[in-house]
Design a protein around this ligand. Sequence first.
Ligand code: SF4
Ligand code: SF4
Length: 266
Amino acid sequence: MGFFTDTSVCIGCKACEVACKEWNAVPEDGLEFTGMSYDNTQGLGADTWRHVAFIEQDKPMGNAATGTSADGTGMRWLMASDVCKHCTHAACLDVCPTGSLFRTEFGTVVVQEDICNGCGYCIPACPYGVIDQRKGDGRAWKCTLCYDRLGAGQQPACAKACPTDSIQYGPLEELRERAAARLDQLHDLGVDDARLYGEDPEDGVGGDGAFFLLLDEPEVYGLPPDPVVTTRDLPSMWRHAGAAALTLLGGAAAVFAVHGRARGRR
Ligand code: SF4
Ligand code: SF4
């Protein structure tokens, strides 16, 4: 199960941010405009589990008529509600030493606050910069995809609150089909820059449990273009470390053997 966020129909109302905070009792963390846009929550963090980006561009939308701004180039706002990606190969989960982070029966990734010891290993491991330590608390927090609501047969609070169905929740295969159809529709309408992000199970994280339809390059939205699971080299690192340890042990055994023989001759 997962999220498909179709940013082409987002109206920036922030109902998703508010519903997430209310349902999950996420503390208030200040509302400050970036100075560059109407974005007043600025990014995902320990106390912002859904973040709606507002990006202002001097660019017309698809086949829309130009000439609406002072320099005649047109303008558009890109709005996108970002969230934890619930990666298929989740590095945050790989590095957690306490088992606080776990994969749920819905395929999502959840952090349990009563088990997290605040070691913070998951924070640099996340290729998207999603998971974060709460100030004055020290533990790691992020979107749970409303694990408690799913267990009760309900959809996540953000998807329920979204008035335009920009956020859709459901089985990933079904969402991928819906996303592909919407992408074709937008391309037919002349929105050539529309693209899917995170839907490919062959990508560097094995596909995201939360994927997006974007209207521009991922970097425009602050998303990494080619995310890679940061723990992908761990198995080979452990193999090399094991081989090195065996070599050291072999060397030590040889030294003791030679030393022992020398003492025996004395
Ligand atoms: S986006 Fe980051 S925090 Fe979310 S599951 Fe992937 S690695 Fe973990
Ligand atoms: S609730 Fe829906 S339309 Fe409103 S900001 Fe969030 S994603 Fe966009």
